[in-house]
Design a protein around this ligand. Structure first.
Ligand code: SF4
Length: 201
């Protein structure tokens, strides 16, 4: 028999639902956004619960916590006092520290596959991305409202190969999204201009 304490930082859940799939006896999907720890106590930002269970169920609880991509589930063995799954991030005593540098002139490499044209459509709260395999010819249009759904679609559809190009796309999409939220113009490759209130509020 095992006795485990589950501490779940619900507010930080990103709704990937690994926990509900792996340990449905403990975690339940709540309104499609977050998981809920079933029959839990509310303790500040955490939901907590003590579970007495057999080895098999304990393994599932531990696996659910380990596979949480948001790293928001602690599991403590009440008998041994061991933190079986610990969400605390620790830093090794000697770590490599690297100052970030980038020389656009010498390091930029053009993606031979093609390039992206990005624009926002404020009336629809939409971001549109056109992919050009050849100069000035849009071959694919991907549209959506959130950066993550657009770049994940582009990666899934294998429209992009280079990791530096994907990083560029992510940065531009986040800028476009921010511009849409704030009602300011978005011009690809330009910095956002936060100095004016374009909504006139
Ligand atoms: S696995 Fe983590 S992020 Fe995913 S639903 Fe469960 S708690 Fe939330």
């Amino acid at each position: 028999m095992k006795k485990l304490k589950i501490e779940y930082h619900k507010a930080k859940c990103i709704g990937a639902f690994n926990c509900t799939n792996i340990a449905p006896e403990q975690f339940k999907e709540e309104d499609g956004i977050r998981a809920n720890l079933i029959n839990a106590k509310e303790e500040k930002e955490y939901q907590t619960k003590i579970v007495e269970c057999d080895e098999e169920s304990a393994k599932l609880i531990i696996e659910a916590a380990e596979k949480c991509p948001a790293n928001v589930i602690n599991v403590i063995d009440i008998i041994t006092k061991e933190k079986v799954v610990d969400t605390t991030v620790k830093v090794k005593e000697s770590i490599r520290e690297i100052k970030a540098v980038y020389d656009d002139l010498n390091e930029f490499v053009l993606d031979e596959k093609g390039y992206f044209l990005i624009r926002i459509v404020p009336e629809k709260k939409m971001i549109e991305v056109g992919f050009c395999g050849k100069r000035n010819i849009v071959e694919v249009k991907v549209y959506g409202t959130k950066p993550i759904e657009i770049y994940q679609t582009i990666i899934r559809e294998k429209i992009i190969d280079r990791s530096d190009h994907a990083a560029y796309l992510g940065r531009e999409l986040q800028k476009a999204y921010t511009a849409l939220q704030l009602g300011i113009p978005y011009v690809q490759d330009d910095e956002l201009d936060f100095s004016k209130n374009y909504r006139g509020e």
